[in-house]
Write a protein that binds this ligand. Structure first.
Ligand code: VG1
Ligand code: CO
Length: 560
Protein backbone atom coordinates (compact mmCIF):
# COMPACT_ATOMS: atom_id res chain seq x y z
CA UNK A 1 0.00 0.00 0.00
CA UNK A 2 1.52 3.25 -1.04
CA UNK A 3 1.45 6.75 0.35
CA UNK A 4 -0.91 9.07 -1.48
CA UNK A 5 -0.35 12.83 -1.52
CA UNK A 6 -3.66 14.69 -1.49
CA UNK A 7 -3.76 18.38 -2.46
CA UNK A 8 -5.54 20.66 0.00
CA UNK A 9 -5.95 24.35 0.84
CA UNK A 10 -5.63 26.04 4.25
CA UNK A 11 -8.50 26.82 6.62
CA UNK A 12 -8.11 29.92 8.70
CA UNK A 13 -8.23 29.78 12.50
CA UNK A 14 -6.66 26.36 13.13
CA UNK A 15 -4.83 27.83 16.10
CA UNK A 16 -4.65 25.57 19.15
CA UNK A 17 -5.96 27.41 22.23
CA UNK A 18 -5.35 26.82 25.93
CA UNK A 19 -5.73 23.11 25.36
CA UNK A 20 -5.81 22.08 21.69
CA UNK A 21 -8.04 22.99 18.75
CA UNK A 22 -11.71 23.14 19.72
CA UNK A 23 -14.50 23.84 17.27
CA UNK A 24 -18.03 22.78 16.52
CA UNK A 25 -18.28 19.23 15.14
CA UNK A 26 -19.63 20.73 11.90
CA UNK A 27 -16.40 22.67 11.44
CA UNK A 28 -14.31 19.51 11.79
CA UNK A 29 -16.64 17.72 9.35
CA UNK A 30 -15.70 20.03 6.48
CA UNK A 31 -13.76 18.22 3.77
CA UNK A 32 -10.05 18.18 4.62
CA UNK A 33 -10.44 20.32 7.78
CA UNK A 34 -9.45 17.51 10.15
CA UNK A 35 -6.88 16.07 7.72
CA UNK A 36 -5.16 19.47 7.48
CA UNK A 37 -4.82 19.79 11.24
CA UNK A 38 -3.58 16.24 11.73
CA UNK A 39 -1.07 16.64 8.90
CA UNK A 40 0.16 19.88 10.48
CA UNK A 41 0.54 18.05 13.79
CA UNK A 42 2.68 15.31 12.22
CA UNK A 43 4.74 17.91 10.34
CA UNK A 44 5.31 19.95 13.51
CA UNK A 45 6.10 16.99 15.79
CA UNK A 46 9.47 17.66 17.43
CA UNK A 47 11.90 15.30 15.68
CA UNK A 48 9.40 14.53 12.91
CA UNK A 49 6.88 11.69 12.66
CA UNK A 50 9.01 9.12 10.79
CA UNK A 51 9.47 5.89 12.73
CA UNK A 52 7.62 7.12 15.83
CA UNK A 53 5.25 5.53 18.31
CA UNK A 54 2.18 7.59 19.15
CA UNK A 55 -0.71 7.12 21.53
CA UNK A 56 -4.25 7.96 20.45
CA UNK A 57 -7.16 8.31 22.84
CA UNK A 58 -10.03 10.52 23.82
CA UNK A 59 -13.27 10.96 25.69
CA UNK A 60 -15.33 9.05 23.14
CA UNK A 61 -17.33 12.06 22.04
CA UNK A 62 -19.31 12.25 18.82
CA UNK A 63 -17.12 12.14 15.68
CA UNK A 64 -14.24 10.37 17.50
CA UNK A 65 -14.68 7.06 15.60
CA UNK A 66 -14.33 8.79 12.22
CA UNK A 67 -11.35 10.91 13.27
CA UNK A 68 -9.58 7.88 14.78
CA UNK A 69 -9.59 6.21 11.35
CA UNK A 70 -8.35 9.43 9.71
CA UNK A 71 -5.48 9.55 12.19
CA UNK A 72 -4.52 5.95 11.40
CA UNK A 73 -4.48 6.74 7.66
CA UNK A 74 -2.44 9.92 8.04
CA UNK A 75 -0.11 8.28 10.57
CA UNK A 76 0.60 5.60 7.96
CA UNK A 77 1.11 8.31 5.34
CA UNK A 78 3.54 10.15 7.59
CA UNK A 79 5.77 7.19 8.40
CA UNK A 80 4.58 6.58 11.97
CA UNK A 81 5.64 3.07 12.98
CA UNK A 82 3.37 2.17 15.86
CA UNK A 83 0.02 3.53 17.06
CA UNK A 84 -1.22 2.59 20.52
CA UNK A 85 -4.92 3.37 20.76
CA UNK A 86 -7.55 2.93 23.46
CA UNK A 87 -10.31 0.39 22.91
CA UNK A 88 -13.02 2.28 20.98
CA UNK A 89 -10.55 5.19 21.26
CA UNK A 90 -11.54 5.57 24.93
CA UNK A 91 -8.67 6.82 27.10
CA UNK A 92 -8.96 9.64 29.61
CA UNK A 93 -6.53 12.53 29.17
CA UNK A 94 -4.56 11.47 32.29
CA UNK A 95 -4.51 7.86 31.05
CA UNK A 96 -3.04 9.01 27.72
CA UNK A 97 -0.36 10.96 29.56
CA UNK A 98 0.43 7.91 31.70
CA UNK A 99 0.63 5.63 28.65
CA UNK A 100 2.97 7.97 26.77
CA UNK A 101 5.28 7.90 29.76
CA UNK A 102 5.17 4.19 30.48
CA UNK A 103 5.64 3.26 26.79
CA UNK A 104 8.20 6.02 26.20
CA UNK A 105 6.13 7.00 23.17
CA UNK A 106 7.00 10.01 21.03
CA UNK A 107 3.72 11.81 21.46
CA UNK A 108 -0.05 11.52 21.56
CA UNK A 109 -3.14 12.78 19.84
CA UNK A 110 -6.17 13.32 22.07
CA UNK A 111 -9.66 13.56 20.69
CA UNK A 112 -11.51 15.69 23.18
CA UNK A 113 -13.01 19.08 23.85
CA UNK A 114 -12.77 18.33 27.56
CA UNK A 115 -15.76 19.69 29.48
CA UNK A 116 -17.46 21.22 26.42
CA UNK A 117 -20.75 19.52 25.47
CA UNK A 118 -20.62 16.85 22.74
CA UNK A 119 -22.88 15.62 19.96
CA UNK A 120 -23.48 16.64 16.33
CA UNK A 121 -24.39 20.22 17.26
CA UNK A 122 -21.67 20.67 19.86
CA UNK A 123 -17.91 20.56 20.18
CA UNK A 124 -15.04 18.40 19.03
CA UNK A 125 -11.35 18.89 19.69
CA UNK A 126 -7.88 17.62 18.82
CA UNK A 127 -4.88 18.09 21.06
CA UNK A 128 -1.26 17.06 20.62
CA UNK A 129 0.91 15.94 23.54
CA UNK A 130 4.68 15.56 23.43
CA UNK A 131 6.95 12.75 24.61
CA UNK A 132 6.87 13.76 28.29
CA UNK A 133 3.11 13.03 28.19
CA UNK A 134 2.11 16.68 28.54
CA UNK A 135 0.34 19.14 26.27
CA UNK A 136 2.57 20.52 23.54
CA UNK A 137 4.26 23.75 24.60
CA UNK A 138 3.64 26.98 22.72
CA UNK A 139 6.58 26.65 20.31
CA UNK A 140 5.07 23.39 19.04
CA UNK A 141 1.47 24.64 18.90
CA UNK A 142 2.65 27.79 17.13
CA UNK A 143 4.41 25.62 14.57
CA UNK A 144 1.28 23.49 14.05
CA UNK A 145 -0.66 26.68 13.45
CA UNK A 146 1.97 28.03 11.04
CA UNK A 147 1.83 24.81 9.01
CA UNK A 148 -1.98 24.95 8.78
CA UNK A 149 -1.73 28.49 7.44
CA UNK A 150 -0.10 27.44 4.17
CA UNK A 151 -0.67 23.73 3.91
CA UNK A 152 -0.82 22.45 0.34
CA UNK A 153 -1.08 18.69 0.73
CA UNK A 154 -1.44 15.89 3.20
CA UNK A 155 -0.04 12.36 3.13
CA UNK A 156 -2.27 9.38 3.63
CA UNK A 157 -2.53 5.65 2.95
CA UNK A 158 -5.91 4.48 1.71
CA UNK A 159 -6.62 1.97 4.47
CA UNK A 160 -10.02 0.46 5.29
CA UNK A 161 -11.47 1.19 8.75
CA UNK A 162 -9.86 -0.84 11.52
CA UNK A 163 -12.18 -2.44 14.09
CA UNK A 164 -11.22 -0.67 17.35
CA UNK A 165 -13.55 -2.62 19.59
CA UNK A 166 -11.16 -5.49 20.38
CA UNK A 167 -7.87 -5.21 22.23
CA UNK A 168 -4.73 -6.76 20.76
CA UNK A 169 -1.98 -6.20 18.21
CA UNK A 170 -2.80 -5.64 14.57
CA UNK A 171 -1.05 -4.92 11.31
CA UNK A 172 -2.82 -2.12 9.52
CA UNK A 173 -1.09 -1.37 6.22
CA UNK A 174 2.42 -0.26 7.13
CA UNK A 175 1.39 0.40 10.74
CA UNK A 176 1.59 -1.69 13.85
CA UNK A 177 -1.53 -0.89 15.88
CA UNK A 178 -1.97 -1.93 19.50
CA UNK A 179 -5.49 -1.55 20.87
CA UNK A 180 -5.27 -1.34 24.66
CA UNK A 181 -7.74 -1.68 27.48
CA UNK A 182 -8.78 1.83 28.52
CA UNK A 183 -8.23 1.42 32.24
CA UNK A 184 -5.58 -1.14 33.22
CA UNK A 185 -2.33 0.83 32.79
CA UNK A 186 -3.78 3.84 34.60
CA UNK A 187 -5.26 1.78 37.43
CA UNK A 188 -1.88 0.16 38.02
CA UNK A 189 -0.27 3.60 38.27
CA UNK A 190 -2.81 4.79 40.86
CA UNK A 191 -2.25 1.62 42.89
CA UNK A 192 1.45 2.44 43.00
CA UNK A 193 0.80 6.03 44.09
CA UNK A 194 -1.84 5.58 46.80
CA UNK A 195 -2.37 3.29 49.77
CA UNK A 196 -5.57 1.53 48.69
CA UNK A 197 -5.59 -0.61 51.83
CA UNK A 198 -5.69 2.46 54.04
CA UNK A 199 -8.60 3.88 52.01
CA UNK A 200 -10.43 0.55 52.20
CA UNK A 201 -10.03 0.49 55.99
CA UNK A 202 -11.59 3.91 56.23
CA UNK A 203 -14.44 2.98 53.89
CA UNK A 204 -15.27 -0.40 55.40
CA UNK A 205 -14.13 -0.38 59.01
CA UNK A 206 -15.39 3.01 60.17
CA UNK A 207 -18.70 3.00 61.92
CA UNK A 208 -20.95 4.32 60.58
CA UNK A 209 -19.44 3.61 57.18
CA UNK A 210 -18.80 6.77 55.16
CA UNK A 211 -20.81 6.88 51.95
CA UNK A 212 -19.36 7.88 48.61
CA UNK A 213 -20.80 9.14 45.32
CA UNK A 214 -18.72 9.51 42.18
CA UNK A 215 -20.29 11.12 39.09
CA UNK A 216 -18.57 10.71 35.70
CA UNK A 217 -21.18 12.96 34.03
CA UNK A 218 -21.35 10.39 31.19
CA UNK A 219 -17.77 11.27 30.29
CA UNK A 220 -14.70 9.13 29.89
CA UNK A 221 -14.06 8.40 33.58
CA UNK A 222 -17.02 6.01 33.90
CA UNK A 223 -14.96 2.83 33.37
CA UNK A 224 -12.18 4.21 35.60
CA UNK A 225 -14.69 5.05 38.31
CA UNK A 226 -16.15 1.56 38.21
CA UNK A 227 -12.71 -0.08 38.27
CA UNK A 228 -11.48 2.01 41.19
CA UNK A 229 -14.48 2.67 43.40
CA UNK A 230 -16.50 -0.48 42.86
CA UNK A 231 -13.95 -3.15 41.89
CA UNK A 232 -10.77 -2.05 43.71
CA UNK A 233 -12.26 -0.29 46.75
CA UNK A 234 -15.30 -2.53 47.11
CA UNK A 235 -17.97 0.18 47.15
CA UNK A 236 -21.54 -0.61 46.09
CA UNK A 237 -22.72 0.10 42.54
CA UNK A 238 -24.93 2.87 43.99
CA UNK A 239 -21.80 4.88 44.77
CA UNK A 240 -21.18 5.68 41.11
CA UNK A 241 -23.48 7.42 38.64
CA UNK A 242 -23.44 8.42 34.96
CA UNK A 243 -20.57 6.00 34.45
CA UNK A 244 -21.08 4.91 30.84
CA UNK A 245 -19.27 7.19 28.37
CA UNK A 246 -21.77 8.52 25.83
CA UNK A 247 -20.95 10.32 22.55
CA UNK A 248 -23.12 13.28 23.60
CA UNK A 249 -22.63 12.83 27.37
CA UNK A 250 -26.35 12.11 27.54
CA UNK A 251 -26.96 15.81 26.91
CA UNK A 252 -25.04 16.79 30.04
CA UNK A 253 -22.47 19.55 30.15
CA UNK A 254 -19.64 17.38 31.49
CA UNK A 255 -18.02 20.04 33.66
CA UNK A 256 -17.68 19.22 37.36
CA UNK A 257 -18.87 22.34 39.14
CA UNK A 258 -21.85 23.35 41.26
CA UNK A 259 -23.88 24.32 38.19
CA UNK A 260 -23.33 21.34 35.91
CA UNK A 261 -22.84 18.59 38.50
CA UNK A 262 -25.99 19.57 40.37
CA UNK A 263 -27.49 16.07 40.51
CA UNK A 264 -24.41 14.98 42.46
CA UNK A 265 -24.76 17.96 44.81
CA UNK A 266 -28.46 17.24 45.35
CA UNK A 267 -27.89 13.55 46.12
CA UNK A 268 -25.01 14.33 48.48
CA UNK A 269 -27.18 16.76 50.43
CA UNK A 270 -30.33 14.64 50.41
CA UNK A 271 -28.69 11.33 51.23
CA UNK A 272 -26.13 12.76 53.69
CA UNK A 273 -23.22 11.47 51.65
CA UNK A 274 -19.81 12.15 53.24
CA UNK A 275 -17.77 12.13 50.09
CA UNK A 276 -18.96 13.24 46.66
CA UNK A 277 -16.82 13.79 43.60
CA UNK A 278 -17.18 14.37 39.87
CA UNK A 279 -14.93 14.67 36.87
CA UNK A 280 -15.22 16.17 33.40
CA UNK A 281 -15.65 14.80 29.88
CA UNK A 282 -12.01 13.80 29.39
CA UNK A 283 -11.23 13.05 33.04
CA UNK A 284 -8.67 15.71 33.87
CA UNK A 285 -10.91 17.90 36.06
CA UNK A 286 -12.44 17.13 39.43
CA UNK A 287 -14.84 18.51 41.98
CA UNK A 288 -14.81 17.45 45.61
CA UNK A 289 -18.09 17.97 47.42
CA UNK A 290 -19.08 16.58 50.81
CA UNK A 291 -22.28 17.22 52.69
CA UNK A 292 -22.45 20.99 53.18
CA UNK A 293 -18.85 21.30 52.04
CA UNK A 294 -17.78 22.46 48.62
CA UNK A 295 -14.01 22.40 48.23
CA UNK A 296 -12.87 25.18 45.92
CA UNK A 297 -10.16 23.91 43.59
CA UNK A 298 -7.73 26.53 44.91
CA UNK A 299 -8.17 25.18 48.43
CA UNK A 300 -8.14 21.59 47.20
CA UNK A 301 -4.63 21.75 45.78
CA UNK A 302 -3.33 23.58 48.86
CA UNK A 303 -4.79 20.95 51.17
CA UNK A 304 -3.50 18.03 49.07
CA UNK A 305 -0.05 19.65 49.13
CA UNK A 306 -0.22 20.03 52.90
CA UNK A 307 -1.21 16.39 53.48
CA UNK A 308 0.76 14.74 50.67
CA UNK A 309 3.79 13.42 52.54
CA UNK A 310 1.65 12.01 55.30
CA UNK A 311 -1.25 10.52 53.34
CA UNK A 312 0.13 9.54 49.92
CA UNK A 313 2.99 7.01 49.66
CA UNK A 314 4.16 8.48 46.30
CA UNK A 315 5.27 11.63 48.17
CA UNK A 316 6.95 9.88 51.11
CA UNK A 317 10.39 10.96 49.91
CA UNK A 318 9.33 14.60 50.03
CA UNK A 319 7.52 17.15 47.92
CA UNK A 320 9.81 18.98 45.49
CA UNK A 321 7.89 22.17 44.84
CA UNK A 322 4.41 23.54 44.34
CA UNK A 323 2.72 25.65 41.66
CA UNK A 324 -0.54 27.21 40.55
CA UNK A 325 -1.87 29.06 37.54
CA UNK A 326 -1.93 32.83 37.92
CA UNK A 327 -5.68 33.26 38.58
CA UNK A 328 -5.71 30.43 41.15
CA UNK A 329 -5.83 31.70 44.74
CA UNK A 330 -2.70 32.02 46.82
CA UNK A 331 -3.75 29.30 49.32
CA UNK A 332 -1.04 27.00 47.98
CA UNK A 333 1.62 29.74 48.26
CA UNK A 334 0.94 29.89 51.98
CA UNK A 335 1.42 26.13 52.35
CA UNK A 336 4.64 26.34 50.32
CA UNK A 337 5.97 29.09 52.54
CA UNK A 338 5.15 27.20 55.73
CA UNK A 339 6.86 24.10 54.38
CA UNK A 340 9.86 25.85 52.90
CA UNK A 341 9.02 24.82 49.33
CA UNK A 342 9.45 26.69 46.04
CA UNK A 343 6.13 27.88 44.61
CA UNK A 344 5.61 28.89 40.97
CA UNK A 345 2.92 31.03 39.36
CA UNK A 346 2.39 30.11 35.70
CA UNK A 347 -0.11 31.20 33.03
CA UNK A 348 -3.44 29.41 32.66
CA UNK A 349 -3.10 25.98 31.01
CA UNK A 350 -1.47 22.77 32.16
CA UNK A 351 1.28 22.93 29.54
CA UNK A 352 3.14 25.48 31.66
CA UNK A 353 3.75 23.00 34.50
CA UNK A 354 5.54 20.40 32.37
CA UNK A 355 9.02 21.93 32.22
CA UNK A 356 9.10 22.46 35.99
CA UNK A 357 8.12 18.83 36.58
CA UNK A 358 10.66 17.53 34.06
CA UNK A 359 13.34 19.57 35.84
CA UNK A 360 12.44 17.99 39.20
CA UNK A 361 11.26 21.22 40.77
CA UNK A 362 7.53 20.62 40.94
CA UNK A 363 5.49 17.86 42.57
CA UNK A 364 1.94 19.16 43.10
CA UNK A 365 0.04 21.90 41.28
CA UNK A 366 -3.39 23.11 40.39
CA UNK A 367 -5.68 25.50 38.63
CA UNK A 368 -8.81 27.21 39.93
CA UNK A 369 -10.69 25.61 37.02
CA UNK A 370 -11.08 22.29 38.85
CA UNK A 371 -7.68 21.05 37.75
CA UNK A 372 -5.37 19.32 40.21
CA UNK A 373 -2.44 17.03 39.66
CA UNK A 374 1.13 16.01 40.26
CA UNK A 375 4.29 14.91 38.52
CA UNK A 376 3.10 11.29 38.29
CA UNK A 377 1.98 12.35 34.78
CA UNK A 378 1.99 15.61 32.78
CA UNK A 379 -1.74 16.34 32.72
CA UNK A 380 -4.08 17.35 35.47
CA UNK A 381 -5.82 14.29 36.80
CA UNK A 382 -9.40 14.25 38.07
CA UNK A 383 -9.51 10.70 39.41
CA UNK A 384 -6.08 11.14 41.05
CA UNK A 385 -7.44 14.18 42.94
CA UNK A 386 -10.47 12.21 44.08
CA UNK A 387 -8.31 9.37 45.40
CA UNK A 388 -5.95 11.93 46.98
CA UNK A 389 -8.87 13.36 48.93
CA UNK A 390 -10.01 9.89 49.99
CA UNK A 391 -6.45 9.31 51.21
CA UNK A 392 -6.54 12.51 53.26
CA UNK A 393 -9.84 11.53 54.85
CA UNK A 394 -8.61 8.00 55.52
CA UNK A 395 -5.44 9.33 57.14
CA UNK A 396 -7.26 11.94 59.22
CA UNK A 397 -9.73 9.33 60.43
CA UNK A 398 -6.91 7.18 61.78
CA UNK A 399 -6.24 9.73 64.50
CA UNK A 400 -9.61 11.48 64.66
CA UNK A 401 -12.51 9.21 63.70
CA UNK A 402 -15.41 11.08 62.18
CA UNK A 403 -13.30 13.72 60.42
CA UNK A 404 -15.23 14.88 57.35
CA UNK A 405 -14.47 17.27 54.50
CA UNK A 406 -15.77 20.26 56.45
CA UNK A 407 -13.48 19.49 59.35
CA UNK A 408 -10.48 19.22 57.01
CA UNK A 409 -11.36 22.60 55.46
CA UNK A 410 -11.82 24.39 58.77
CA UNK A 411 -8.62 22.95 60.22
CA UNK A 412 -6.77 24.19 57.13
CA UNK A 413 -8.23 27.70 57.43
CA UNK A 414 -7.36 27.84 61.13
CA UNK A 415 -3.78 26.93 60.35
CA UNK A 416 -3.23 29.08 57.26
CA UNK A 417 -6.10 31.56 56.91
CA UNK A 418 -8.71 31.41 54.16
CA UNK A 419 -8.44 32.68 50.60
CA UNK A 420 -11.94 33.49 49.40
CA UNK A 421 -12.09 32.94 45.66
CA UNK A 422 -14.66 33.01 42.90
CA UNK A 423 -14.80 33.02 39.12
CA UNK A 424 -17.53 34.57 36.99
CA UNK A 425 -17.86 33.33 33.39
CA UNK A 426 -19.63 35.37 30.74
CA UNK A 427 -19.95 32.91 27.88
CA UNK A 428 -20.48 33.51 24.17
CA UNK A 429 -20.31 37.29 24.28
CA UNK A 430 -19.51 39.15 21.05
CA UNK A 431 -15.73 39.07 20.46
CA UNK A 432 -15.59 42.79 19.62
CA UNK A 433 -17.19 43.75 22.95
CA UNK A 434 -14.89 41.48 24.92
CA UNK A 435 -11.81 42.80 23.13
CA UNK A 436 -12.96 46.39 23.65
CA UNK A 437 -13.36 45.76 27.38
CA UNK A 438 -9.84 44.35 27.62
CA UNK A 439 -8.52 47.34 25.65
CA UNK A 440 -10.33 49.68 28.02
CA UNK A 441 -8.69 47.96 31.00
CA UNK A 442 -5.25 48.13 29.40
CA UNK A 443 -5.76 51.85 28.87
CA UNK A 444 -6.85 52.26 32.48
CA UNK A 445 -3.74 50.44 33.66
CA UNK A 446 -1.53 52.71 31.53
CA UNK A 447 -2.70 55.84 33.33
CA UNK A 448 -0.13 57.04 35.86
CA UNK A 449 -2.82 57.79 38.43
CA UNK A 450 -4.29 54.25 38.45
CA UNK A 451 -1.86 52.82 40.99
CA UNK A 452 -2.81 54.38 44.31
CA UNK A 453 -6.41 55.11 43.25
CA UNK A 454 -9.23 54.03 45.58
CA UNK A 455 -12.40 52.29 44.41
CA UNK A 456 -15.56 52.04 46.43
CA UNK A 457 -18.08 49.20 46.27
CA UNK A 458 -21.64 50.09 45.27
CA UNK A 459 -23.55 48.31 48.01
CA UNK A 460 -21.28 49.00 50.97
CA UNK A 461 -18.56 51.32 52.23
CA UNK A 462 -15.80 48.87 51.36
CA UNK A 463 -13.02 50.51 49.42
CA UNK A 464 -9.99 49.06 47.66
CA UNK A 465 -6.78 50.89 46.77
CA UNK A 466 -4.82 49.73 43.72
CA UNK A 467 -1.31 48.60 44.58
CA UNK A 468 -0.34 47.53 41.06
CA UNK A 469 -1.89 46.40 37.77
CA UNK A 470 -0.38 44.55 34.84
CA UNK A 471 -0.83 42.20 31.92
CA UNK A 472 0.61 38.94 33.24
CA UNK A 473 3.73 37.74 31.45
CA UNK A 474 5.69 34.60 32.27
CA UNK A 475 9.25 33.60 31.66
CA UNK A 476 9.70 29.85 31.95
CA UNK A 477 12.45 29.35 34.55
CA UNK A 478 13.69 26.22 32.77
CA UNK A 479 13.88 27.13 29.07
CA UNK A 480 13.52 30.90 29.26
CA UNK A 481 10.56 31.02 26.85
CA UNK A 482 8.32 34.05 27.36
CA UNK A 483 4.50 34.08 27.25
CA UNK A 484 2.84 37.48 27.27
CA UNK A 485 -0.74 38.78 27.60
CA UNK A 486 -1.82 36.02 29.97
CA UNK A 487 -4.44 37.99 31.90
CA UNK A 488 -5.06 41.48 33.23
CA UNK A 489 -4.61 41.67 36.98
CA UNK A 490 -5.24 44.32 39.56
CA UNK A 491 -3.60 43.85 42.94
CA UNK A 492 -4.99 45.88 45.85
CA UNK A 493 -3.15 47.08 48.93
CA UNK A 494 -5.01 44.62 51.22
CA UNK A 495 -3.78 41.66 49.13
CA UNK A 496 -7.05 41.20 47.22
CA UNK A 497 -6.91 40.61 43.48
CA UNK A 498 -9.16 40.98 40.43
CA UNK A 499 -8.22 39.29 37.15
CA UNK A 500 -9.74 39.46 33.68
CA UNK A 501 -8.97 36.92 30.96
CA UNK A 502 -10.49 35.82 27.71
CA UNK A 503 -10.94 32.07 27.49
CA UNK A 504 -8.82 30.07 25.07
CA UNK A 505 -11.03 26.98 25.00
CA UNK A 506 -14.36 28.21 23.61
CA UNK A 507 -15.56 27.16 20.18
CA UNK A 508 -17.51 30.29 19.25
CA UNK A 509 -17.67 33.93 20.38
CA UNK A 510 -15.66 35.02 23.39
CA UNK A 511 -15.86 34.02 27.05
CA UNK A 512 -14.85 36.62 29.61
CA UNK A 513 -13.53 35.22 32.87
CA UNK A 514 -13.47 37.41 35.96
CA UNK A 515 -11.56 36.06 38.95
CA UNK A 516 -11.67 37.60 42.43
CA UNK A 517 -9.69 36.74 45.51
CA UNK A 518 -9.58 38.03 49.07
CA UNK A 519 -7.49 36.61 51.89
CA UNK A 520 -8.74 36.54 55.47
CA UNK A 521 -7.12 35.70 58.78
CA UNK A 522 -10.31 36.43 60.68
CA UNK A 523 -11.59 33.18 62.16
CA UNK A 524 -15.10 34.56 62.47
CA UNK A 525 -15.28 34.66 58.64
CA UNK A 526 -14.00 31.16 57.88
CA UNK A 527 -17.39 29.53 57.58
CA UNK A 528 -18.86 32.32 55.42
CA UNK A 529 -20.24 31.95 51.92
CA UNK A 530 -17.57 33.14 49.48
CA UNK A 531 -20.11 35.11 47.41
CA UNK A 532 -21.03 37.28 50.38
CA UNK A 533 -17.46 38.13 51.30
CA UNK A 534 -16.44 38.81 47.72
CA UNK A 535 -19.40 40.99 46.76
CA UNK A 536 -17.70 44.38 47.25
CA UNK A 537 -14.73 43.25 45.18
CA UNK A 538 -16.96 42.02 42.37
CA UNK A 539 -18.76 45.35 42.33
CA UNK A 540 -15.45 47.14 41.96
CA UNK A 541 -14.44 44.76 39.15
CA UNK A 542 -17.64 45.47 37.25
CA UNK A 543 -17.22 49.23 37.64
CA UNK A 544 -13.58 49.28 36.60
CA UNK A 545 -14.07 47.09 33.54
CA UNK A 546 -17.45 48.51 32.47
CA UNK A 547 -18.20 44.88 31.73
CA UNK A 548 -21.94 45.35 31.44
CA UNK A 549 -21.56 48.16 28.96
CA UNK A 550 -19.04 46.31 26.77
CA UNK A 551 -20.55 42.83 26.83
CA UNK A 552 -24.22 43.76 27.26
CA UNK A 553 -24.45 41.14 30.00
CA UNK A 554 -25.77 41.83 33.46
CA UNK A 555 -25.16 38.33 34.81
CA UNK A 556 -22.53 35.63 34.35
CA UNK A 557 -23.60 32.24 32.93
CA UNK A 558 -21.65 30.32 35.52
CA UNK A 559 -20.24 31.21 38.91
CA UNK A 560 -17.68 28.88 40.44
C1 VG1 B 1 -9.82 26.65 30.76
C2 VG1 B 1 -9.34 26.85 32.18
C3 VG1 B 1 -7.89 26.44 32.30
C4 VG1 B 1 -7.73 24.99 31.82
C5 VG1 B 1 -8.29 24.84 30.42
C6 VG1 B 1 -8.28 23.42 29.94
O1 VG1 B 1 -9.07 27.48 29.89
O2 VG1 B 1 -9.51 28.18 32.59
O3 VG1 B 1 -7.47 26.60 33.63
O4 VG1 B 1 -6.38 24.61 31.83
O5 VG1 B 1 -9.64 25.29 30.38
O6 VG1 B 1 -9.00 22.58 30.79
P1 VG1 B 1 -9.63 28.88 29.35
O7 VG1 B 1 -8.57 29.38 28.41
O8 VG1 B 1 -10.94 28.60 28.70
O9 VG1 B 1 -9.81 29.74 30.55
V1 VG1 B 1 -9.72 21.19 30.17
O10 VG1 B 1 -10.34 20.31 31.36
O11 VG1 B 1 -10.54 21.86 28.96
O12 VG1 B 1 -8.47 20.34 29.32
CO1 CO C 1 -10.80 18.39 30.77
Amino acid sequence: MSVVTVPTTPFSGQKPGTSGLRKKVKVFQQKNYTENFIQATFTAMPGGSEGTTIVVGGDGRFYSPEVSQTILRLAAGNGVKHVVIGQDTILSTPAVSALVRSLKADGAILLTASHNPGGPENDFGIKFNISNGGPAPEDVTNKIYAVTEDIKEYKTVELPDLDLSKTGEFTHGPLKVTIVDSVSNYLQLLQEIFDFDMIKKWLHETSPKPSVLFDALNGVTGPYGRAIFVEALGLPESSIQNCTPLPDFGGLHPDPNLTYAHTLVERVEKENIEFGAASDGDGDRNMIYGKGAFVTPSDSVAIIADWAEEAIPYFKGGVKGLARSMPTSGAIDIVAKARGLECFEVPTGWKFFGNLMDAGRLSICGEESFGTGSDHIREKDGVWAVVAWMSILAKANQTKPGTDINAILLAHYKKYGRSFFSRYDYEEVASEGAEAMMAHLRETFASSSFAGSAHKATSSDASFTVAAADDFAYTDPIDGSVSTKQGLRIMFTDGSRIIFRLSGTGSSGATVRLYVEKYSRNEAEYADDAQVGLKPLIEVALQLSKLQEYTKRDKPNVIT
